[in-house]
Design a protein around this ligand. Structure first.
Ligand code: NAD
Ligand code: APR
Length: 254
């Protein structure tokens, strides 16, 4: 309790609309391989920037589909951590919570958070490259161990074109409806918590700045300093899985 400024506990308890922005750091304690760590074995000969682009997929659909299936199989081996669970619990305690994530691992949803705004899409929601038809992935096919090799993408049931990973790639725009909802929440919340993001990649990194400009209180959770430090009202130096459960208990004891 004493590790948090009393004002922060007050802001949480009296907030009319809390916005939370998360990045890869919130999944770090679940052991999710970072974008670059996912290049092991067969994939180590590739540069991730080469694989995460529409051009790469058009040039070699099996190579890119295989890599994302490899990453999805890794993510399915991981579990949501105490940070994901604390954020899901926060939705119950505060009057209104908007959760915005840059992650594609689906761990917030698996921890029980409703209505997650996924700025960069999701590994679990592939769709057709041509007609956009969503594609249902087979439930974890335990009999089929993750191959970790190139795999031909499924064909769209509607038009037969390639199914592609549901992730926003370099050079692609963010889903407009998700971005608009995120920007609106950042502009109308009274408290924004930025958790586990280096705040380097735009447009996601603009959200805490929009909130700050509109007079919201800004709280950051990150073991390292980021470019957001000078703007934040409170910088909690530590990991999400350690700090968030304690912050919740301190604000709502018992
Ligand atoms: P990615 O890392 O290529 O991310 C694409 C998105 O990031 C696009 O919005 C793009 O505009 C932006 N972006 C990132 N770096 C950029 C750069 N240097 N220049 C321009 N735009 C850049 O895609 P990915 O690896 O397929 O993963 C999708 C997202 O998942 C990424 O944002 C990735 O960092 C993030 N990620 C999530 C987890 C997780 O789910 N826990 C872990 C690691 C990375
Ligand atoms: N708890 C909280 N924060 C953590 C933890 C942790 N356990 N571990 C690491 N961090 C912090 C790191 O200090 C870093 O600031 O999380 C941040 C992770 O930053 P990035 O790896 O850059 O991930 P992210 O901010 O999500 O990247 C933004 O860039 O790669 C692109 O589009 C991609 O979504 C991604 C975007």
């Amino acid at each position: 309790k004493d590790q948090f400024p009393p004002a922060l506990l007050d802001w949480l308890r009296t907030s009319k609309h809390l916005a939370i922005l998360t990045g890869a750091g919130v999944s770090q304690e679940s052991g999710i391989p970072t974008f670059r760590d996912a290049l092991s074995g067969f994939w180590s000969r590739f540069d991730p920037m080469q694989l995460a682009t529409p051009e790469a997929f058009d040039a070699d659909p099996s190579l890119v589909w295989g890599w994302y299936e490899w990453r999805r199989s890794q993510v399915l081996e991981c579990q949501p951590n105490a940070a994901h669970r604390a954020i899901a619990e926060l939705a119950v305690q505060v009057q209104r919570l908007t959760l915005i994530t840059q992650n594609v691992d689906g761990l917030h949803e698996r921890a029980g958070s409703p209505d997650v705004l996924c700025l960069h899409g999701s590994l679990h929601r592939p769709y057709c490259r041509a007609c956009g038809e969503p594609h249902r992935l087979p439930q974890r096919d335990a009999s089929r161990p993750p191959k970790g090799q190139p795999m031909p993408p499924p064909a769209c049931a509607s038009c037969g074109d390639h199914i592609r990973p549901g992730v926003v790639w370099f050079g692609e725009v963010l889903p407009a409806d998700i971005w608009t909802a995120s920007e609106k929440a950042a502009g109308s919340c009274d408290l924004l918590m930025s958790v586990g993001t280096s705040s380097l990649v735009y447009p996601a990194a603009a959200l805490p700045r929009i909130a700050h400009r509109k007079g919201a209180k800004l709280v950051q959770i990150n073991p390292e300093p980021t470019s957001l430090d000078p703007l934040a009202d409170v910088n909690l130096r530590g990991t999400a899985a350690q700090l968030l459960p304690h912050l919740l208990r301190a604000a709502w004891p018992g």
